[in-house]
Ligand binder design. Structure first.
Ligand code: NAP
Length: 371
C-alpha cells in the first residue's frame, strides 16, 4: 500500500463558553476540518496510524482548554489550534518503533483524523485480534467503558465481596446516566454479576428507561419527568441506597445523597451535568455525608490498571453467560460523505449527542475505516 501524504484533521478552534458548537464553518464553531501534510519519514519510536474507530466520551469535553489555561486536569489538555483527540483504535501502517509492525491494531488516545503519527510509548495496548471479536468490543464491552463500570462498583463502591458471596441480601444500587455506556453496564453487573437486591437507574427518556429495565434494572425513571423523585421513593419503600454510581452530579446527586443508607458509598465517576455549565453540577444536601457517615470516593479507572486483566476475565465470562449484553449496547456510526473533509465534519456532531440527550442507548462509536 502506498503511504498517505496528507491527513484530514478536526482542529479545536474556539473554546466554547458553555455548549459546544458542533457544526463547522460558523464564526463560533468549536472545531474546523483541515488538511495537513503528513510526514511519513518517521522518527525513532514513532508509528504511522490509520484511524479505524473513535470512541465518544464525555470526558473529552474536559480536555478542551483556552490557550494559557493550565488549570488542573487529570488528563492531557487540548488547546485551541491543536488537533482534537479521542480514545480509539488504529492500524499501524508504518512502524519505526520496537515491538510494533505494520498491520498491528492498537488502542490509544488518537487524533480526530484519518491518519496520524503517534509515539509508540503513548499506546495503551495492542489489540489481541486472535479471538476474531468485533473491534468495537475493545472500546466498549471489553474496553474502558466496562472496566469503569466494573471497577467503579467493586473498588470505589467496595462491592467486591458480592462476586463470591451471594448468601445475604444483595446491595441496593442506584446509577445515573443509566442508559449510557458506563451506566448500562453498571446496571447489568450490579444485577446479574453482583446480585444487587434493587437496581435503580435514571435516564433521559421513557424509551431509554424501558431499555434499562430490560437490561436488569428493577426501576428506571426518566429524570426529565417532574415526578421522578417520587417514583424512586415509592419504589424504595423505606429502604435506602447502599451504593450510588454517580455519572452526572448536580440535582440528581443532591437528591440521592438524602436517600443513602448509613455508611453508604458514592462512586464519584462523572459529573456530565456540569461539563458544559459547571454551575449545573452544584450539590446540596452535603450534611447527609456527615449524618449518614457516607464515603464519597473520586474514581478514575486509570488508577486501577493492575486490576484490568482480572476485570477483563470476569467481564468476558459475564458476556459469554449473557449477563452483559453486547448486541444492543453498542451503536456504531459509520462516517460517510463525498470527501474526507465532509466525513470528518460529522465527528463533532456525533460526539455532541452525548450532551444533548440525542445519543442512542449504550456506547456510541464512530467507525472511520475498515481494518
Ligand atoms: P454516556 O453515558 O454514553 O453518554 C452520556 C450520557 O449522559 C448521555 O447519554 C445522557 O443520557 C447523560 N446526560 C447528558 N447530560 C446530562 C445531564 N445534564 N443530566 C443527566 N444526564 C445527562 O457516556 P459514558 O461514557 O458512559 O460516561 C458516563 C459518565 O461516566 C460521564 O460523566 C463520564 O465522564 C464518566 N466516566 C468516568 C470515567 C472515570 O474513570 N471516572 C470513565 C469513563 C466515563 P440521557 O439521555 O439519559 O440523559
Amino acid at each position: 500500500m502506498s503511504l498517505p501524504t496528507k491527513s484530514t484533521q478536526v482542529v479545536f478552534e474556539h473554546n466554547p463558553n458553555g455548549d459546544i458548537v458542533p457544526d463547522t464553518g460558523k464564526p463560533d464553531s468549536t472545531f474546523a476540518v483541515k488538511e495537513a501534510k503528513l510526514d511519513t519519514d518517521l522518527k525513532k519510536g514513532d508509528l504511522l496510524l490509520k484511524t479505524l474507530y473513535l470512541s465518544n466520551d464525555p470526558t473529552q469535553r474536559n480536555w478542551l482548554r483556552k490557550k494559557g489555561d493550565d488549570g488542573r486536569n487529570y488528563s492531557k489538555s487540548i488547546y485551541e489550534g491543536e488537533v482534537m483527540e479521542a480514545y480509539g483504535l488504529a492500524k499501524v501502517i508504518k512502524s519505526n518503533a520496537e515491538g510494533y509492525k505494520e498491520g498491528d491494531i492498537i488502542s490509544s488516545r488518537i487524533q480526530w483524523a484519518d491518519y496520524s503519527v503517534l509515539p509508540a510509548n503513548e499506546v495503551f495496548n495492542k489489540v489481541d485480534t486472535s479471538a476474531n471479536l468485533p473491534l468495537s468490543y475493545f472500546l466498549s464491552v471489553l474496553g474502558m467503558t466496562s472496566l469503569t463500570a466494573f471497577l467503579g462498583l467493586t473498588e470505589a463502591g467496595q462491592l467486591r465481596k458480592y462476586l463470591s458471596d451471594k448468601s445475604g441480601k444483595g446491595p441496593v444500587v442506584c446509577v445515573s446516566a443509566a442508559s449510557g455506556a458506563v451506566g448500562s453496564t453498571v446496571v447489568q453487573i450490579s444485577k446479574h454479576v453482583l446480585g444487587a437486591s434493587k437496581v435503580i437507574g435514571l435516564s433521559g427518556s421513557d424509551e431509554k428507561a424501558k431499555w434499562v429495565e430490560k437490561l436488569g434494572a428493577d426501576l428506571c425513571v426518566n429524570y426529565k419527568n417532574s415526578n421522578y423523585q417520587d417514583q424512586i421513593l415509592k419504589f424504595l419503600d423505606g429502604d435506602y441506597i447502599d451504593v450510588y454510581f454517580d455519572n452526572v452530579g448536580g440535582e440528581i446527586l443532591s437528591f440521592v445523597l438524602a436517600h443513602m443508607a448509613n455508611f453508604g458509598r458514592i462512586v464519584a465517576c462523572g459529573a456530565i451535568s456540569g461539563y458544559n455549565d459547571p454551575k449545573a453540577a452544584r450539590v446540596d444536601n452535603w450534611f447527609h455525608i456527615i449524618a449518614q457517615c457516607l464515603t464519597v470516593e473520586g474514581f478514575l479507572v486509570g488508577q486501577y490498571k493492575e486490576k484490568f486483566p482480572e476485570a477483563i476475565d470476569i467481564l468476558t465470562k459475564a458476556i459469554k453467560e449473557k449477563k452483559v449484553d453486547v448486541d444492543d449496547s453498542i451503536h456504531v456510526e459509520t462516517l460517510s460523505g463525498d470527501s474526507e473533509k465532509q466525513k470528518f465534519a460529522k465527528v463533532p456532531q456525533i460526539w455532541n449527542q452525548l450532551f444533548t440527550g440525542e445519543k442512542p442507548k449504550g456506547k456510541l462509536l464512530i467507525k472511520v475505516a475498515d481494518a
